[in-house]
Design a protein around this ligand. Structure first.
Ligand code: NAP
Length: 532
């Protein structure tokens, strides 16, 4: 409930009883907020009647930015909310915003990154407004520089939108061998994310001779296909993109062979046709897929899946792969030095050490599988037939996983799923969640639109039905509260204007490899802060 005070008719005699009853009903903790008490003693109701709202969104990726966008547009459209001043602050642990748009989207998919313009426009449009404003607060780690419960007491509303900071593990022997990496880390590394530049030495050591290397990618989602494409393309196909220059030093002209493994069949693949088609059309690369893999995946339930409602994308994928498999079956020799191979119905069971160096990966042992179960629920069942695939490097690409913030109450975090428990984005009290942390790591950037609208609806519903936590209404300190707290702790906060300085520096021609390169990212936080 918002703090609603009687407009008139109160004197100090009746105040003592009425106020104590009123106060007990709205502020169970017994803490009198100074503004509320001031308003009562001075009969000044202007503060309490003028609704202010402060919102902190933790994470500046697509889910955080879309949440801000739809919160702003809903507030602008809805007069019944009667909000006089709204501050929305987007916090990020990096000095740069946009999360996975910057460090997850493949560098050779610049059209996907265009969504940054939409988000930048929001920061520009709302940065100087008093009534409705949106600000960036970068270089702040929630859980270290400021705690979640502190944010919840500083702001009226806190939305968690920091995505998935870990990944699912296979849990098979040898996962810790040198040369085995998570695809999430690999993607963040080639995209110049400062937290992952430390991988440089081990990746360089693993891919000493890319022209003769074989890499196995485990999993068949779009992240796996992105990794395979980047590894195969090499310098020629990537130098005009914003891939980190240090990554090109490692990948060089591309790795000789990349094998992408799936435990189920091609009809169950999690990739989409656009990404698959790209793999089939890479310059200087043979695309390999085997007819027997496709045939074995076409069980009766798989055919039902292919012929069920909404299966058009799957039918197109099937056709593309059948055509490619036929083409490969007629090919008598490799046309190119490099190959990308898709294998289905293969489940990795062990990473085997190199015969000459037991600390390094030498091959991936896989069990051939068969599909069992009814349509849309088929699982991969082992056949005990084993295949060993030589590999100097393996990327485990079986899905990202959310992690709890330090100090987060255990009852609100689902460890198994890696998500914050919620109902339509509402967690508890003044805490909400959006994006992958809410629904799990699925969907494209646009999926976050619907997701953010769902969370925003829950927030607006709580504002309208006066379910806001009592002692926060008009009591929050919002942006100034956060800024003061961080200043007192000696934390250097990066705002939107400062980010623009970093952005400009990254695009400076003196940093670029070739003139078409959009930017050379700074992959070091000190370097970013130095240019401010
Ligand atoms: P994903 O789409 O969920 O794919 C995960 C893959 O890992 C599936 O093939 C899955 O096979 C496999 N897998 C899971 N557990 C496994 C296990 N224990 N052993 C073997 N294989 C296992 O995940 P993602 O590729 O990380 O992508 C995350 C999201 O980002 C997706 O929604 C994706 O579309 C999106 N994304 C989109 C783009 C794009 O649009 N270009 C690019 C990158 C990412 P099963 O089906 O058998 O479980």
């Amino acid at each position: 409930m918002w703090h609603r005070l009687p407009r008139c008719g109160w004197n100090k005699t009746i105040y003592s009883t009425k106020f104590s009853l009123f106060y007990k009903s709205i502020v169970p903790s017994g803490r009198v907020h100074s503004e509320v008490s001031r308003a009562l003693f001075h009969h000044d109701t202007s503060i309490v009647l003028q609704k202010k709202l402060s919102v902190a969104i933790v994470g500046s990726g697509p889910s955080g930015c879309y949440t801000a966008k739809y919160l702003l547009s809903s507030i602008e459209k809805d007069d019944t909310l009667n909000l006089k001043q709204v501050e929305i602050d987007i916090l990020d642990k990096l000095p740069t915003p946009f999360g996975l748009v910057r460090s997850g989207v493949a560098p050779d998919h610049p059209e996907v990154k265009n969504v940054e313009h939409d988000f930048s426009h929001l920061f520009e449009k709302y940065s100087d407004r008093n009534d409705l404003s949106m600000a960036f607060r970068g270089n702040i780690t929630v859980g270290k520089d400021v705690q979640l419960d502190e944010l919840q007491s500083i702001y009226d509303i806190v939305v968690l939108a920091y995505g998935c900071e870990s990944d699912r593990k296979l849990g098979i022997p040898g996962e810790n061998l040198k040369g085995v990496f998570s695809a999430r880390e690999f993607v963040a590394w080639y995209n110049g994310h400062p937290d992952f530049s430390y991988l440089q030495d081990s990746l360089k050591d693993t891919l000493k001779d890319p022209e003769n290397a074989q890499v196995v990618v485990i999993g068949q989602g779009n992240v796996a296909l992105d990794c395979a494409r980047i590894l195969a393309k090499g310098r020629k196909g990537l130098e005009h993109t914003d891939i980190a220059s240090y990554a090109l030093e490692v990948i060089q002209n591309g790795v000789k062979r990349t094998v992408v493994l799936g435990r189920r069949g091609h009809i169950q693949g999690a990739f989409t046709i656009k990404e698959l088609r790209e793999l089939t059309k890479l310059e200087d690369v043979d695309f390999i897929v085997h007819q027997h893999d496709l045939y074995n995946g076409k069980t009766e339930p798989s055919m039902q899946e292919l012929n069920s409602e909404g299966s058009r994308p799957k039918l197109r994928i099937d056709k593309l792969l059948e055509d490619a498999a036929l083409k490969w079956s007629l090919q008598t020799e490799y046309h190119n030095h490099k190959q990308v191979e898709l294998r289905f119905l293969m489940n990795p069971v062990k990473f085997i050490p190199d015969a000459n160096d037991g600390s390094r990966l030498g091959s991936v042992l896989c069990e051939v599988t068969k599909l069992e179960g009814e349509a849309h629920k088929q699982v991969a069942v082992g056949t005990e037939e084993m295949r060993e695939i030589p590999a100097q490097m393996a990327l485990v690409s079986i899905g990202y996983k959310g992690v709890a913030l330090p100090g987060m109450k255990s009852n609100i975090f689902d460890e198994a799923k890696g998500v914050v428990k919620n109902i339509h984005g509402k967690v508890e009290s003044n805490l909400y969640v959006s994006g992958w942390l809410k629904r799990g790591p699925s969907g494209i950037i646009g999926t976050n639109i619907h997701d953010a609208k769902d969370t925003v609806a829950s927030i607006l519903n709580d504002i309208k039905s006066e379910k806001m936590t009592d002692d926060r209404k008009n009591g929050s300190k919002g942006r100034s509260g956060l800024d003061n707290l961080l200043k007192n702790r000696g934390i250097f906060v990066v705002n939107w204007e400062q980010f623009k300085t970093i952005d400009k520096a990254e695009k400076d021609v003196t940093r670029l490899r070739v003139s078409e390169q959009p930017r050379e990212k700074m992959s070091n936080i000190s370097e970013m802060l130095k240019c401010l």
